[in-house]
Design a protein around this ligand. Sequence first.
Ligand code: FAD
Length: 341
Amino acid sequence: ENVLIKTDVVIIGAGPVGLFAVFELGLLGLSAHVIDVLDKPGGQCAEFYPEKPIYDIPGIPACTGQELTDGLLAQIRPFEPMFHFNTSARHVEPLGDGGWRLTTDAGEVFEAPVIVIAAGGGSFMPKKPAIAGIEDYDGKSVHYAVRKIDAFRGKRLVISGGGDSALDWTMALQPVAQRVTLVHRRAEFRAVPDSVVRMLALADAGKIDFMLGEIVSLHGEEGILQRVGLRTDTGVREIGCDAFLPFFGLTMKIGPIADFGLELQAGRIVVDTEKFETNRKGIFAIGDINVYPGKLKLILSGFHEAALMAQQAFRYARPNQKLLFQYTTTSTKLRDKLGAA
Ligand code: FAD
């Protein structure tokens, strides 16, 4: 059953630029729904470097990716954006009145005069290991994410990878699984040191198996795994396995947005530098996803683009109203909107 949602603006992408767009639109009285394929806001800042410092946000000498995300969320709270996580924007089509209809893979249908694409490097997708025939098992017994821990109860699990996801899920699934085997190519990990210590303690206590090596083959029928081939220093052997969970990190792909009928250049969306609008009126692209002469893929550029986009978005969403330029410092109207004293 599809749900129809009518709003001023739909923003695709809850990265830093999509979040700040909520603010700039909100100042002009426009409300926004924000959708993201990830299960949380922050885009690259939250996914790739939550604990690393950023030094070039104007006025903030240093903050981590997560701190910037938290600050943006606090800043936009007065505008009550509606978030739709775990949701991918799939398709856009024009409405008769000049607006747009956008559909998602979660069954929502949005109708809005303005769509803002703040999709960064594109959708985050799991990196898949190069094992012959792996796609036959995808979603059935090979999983790149854990949605429900209970789905793995009583199963023989093989988890692969050396980062935080591999270690976190090894520890979270160990109590419910029949057996967890963690396989990693090297003895070094790219994870929080404390997780490594806890994982090795579980292995020492015989509660999990930790193997140095690589999964090289899958064996089963009709997508149901029975065994996997494990290659180690001493050769290849097969181990019993009901579910294989490779955690090899995420890459970004432009994904369904490539089919939105927008002019692209090397996988990025071409915009003007006055309104950051695409070749389709009412569809804007801001942040890392766009391209124009002189473009810098920096957060501060995306913030500027959001401010100029909002000016034109207002004209589409409120065709009969006049747009006044105001400072947040001195405008009582803006201060009211922000809930400031
Ligand atoms: P993103 O942060 O990429 O967010 C886009 C969001 O859109 C993602 O969450 C994605 O899941 C979502 N999305 C994409 N397609 C869809 C779809 N079809 N449906 C639903 N959702 C979708 N920049 C700086 O300015 N200073 C720095 O110091 C700095 N350091 C960096 C360090 C690292 C390690 C990296 C990787 C980047 C760094 N950057 C830095 C770059 C900065 O992170 C990006 O410029 C910024 O994240 C771009 O923001 P964005 O909102 O445009 O896109």
